[in-house]
Design a protein around this ligand. Sequence first.
Ligand code: MRU
Length: 368
Amino acid sequence: MKVKEGYYRTIWIKQGDKKTIQIIDQRSLPHEFIIKDLNTVDQVAEAIKDMYVRGAGLIGATAGYGMYIATLEALVSNSFDEHLNLAAKQLTATRPTAVNLAWAVDRQLKAIQKGNNNQEKVDIAYRTATEIADEDAEYCRKIGEFGLSLIEEIQLKKKGKRINILTHCNAGWLAFVDYGTATSPIYAAFDKGIDIHVWVDETRPRNQGARLTAWELYEHGVPHTVIPDNVGGHLMQHGQVDLVITGTDRTTYTGDVANKIGTYLKALSAKDNNVPFYVALPSSTFDWEMRDGCTDIPIEKRDENEVKYIQGLCDGEIKKVLLTPLESPAANYAFDVTPGRLVTGLITERGVCEANEKSILQLFPEHK
Ligand code: MRU
């Protein structure tokens, strides 16, 4: 996607150096645009855990590349397979909620074991990592096409008046390899000349909305307004939101949606105000084993300091400042689960379906 005069993906293999992965370090956005090299599995694991990269699709793609790096390390280790399995465990343990992570690691393990010798395994891992990343970008592009039809329906109803879309957290291209999920229909509509405006939830505590979604939309030229997390209900009550689109980190095959903390409250508010609430996801974000998301999806708890401190630009430097009394404890639940009954529909790379088992499995019959 667009950054200044250039076009970027969020992750790629360094040109001329097949042993180095490059990422955009999201910790310093929007104030600094830093590209970071990753050369070891330890570095890849740290990048996922400490959120240099984040978002379901990008975590998956990074883990895919991480497994390729693991094969390079395994070549010079005592036992190829043992090193690979340890790397798989290390990467899978970095973040528990986004299912794309385990999905990408498993996909790599299954593919790599088909190699007849270690060099062949490295080549397979390289190809699979590239496939995972390219597929993620392509699926997100398709999500944009299907989501665009929903926006066009609203455009007809509103007779061309400006369409207001609310989104939570960052399910933009920064959370994937390209395009994003929640933002993909937004970019498609904007590029088609539809008059849209986006309400961007700031998304405490790490402010992915205020820092990342706002930056993406700004770089692309999409009109937007950053709002504190508690404003959405008020806007919906006053007819200022035509559509909510969020992403998800894990969605059960029954339609329960885990997403950034605070999403559930937006869904409740949307229901109460008859605002359509859509969730956009590639099929890699479905958990085909899990039935009850509200009880079974593991919810990541992060360091309380992410709540107690806030990061921003001060005198030209990125700084963290303490927000609460130093002694006050804080709770940092990173995700919540919105039951499928509150979700109007799921926008996937195969089309739009309802958030229930029957409709999801109709679209993805191979998982019946
Ligand atoms: O903690 P994060 O930033 O990795 O959380 C993921 C998210 O950005 C959101 O929950 C997002 O809406 C879904 S992932 C595309």
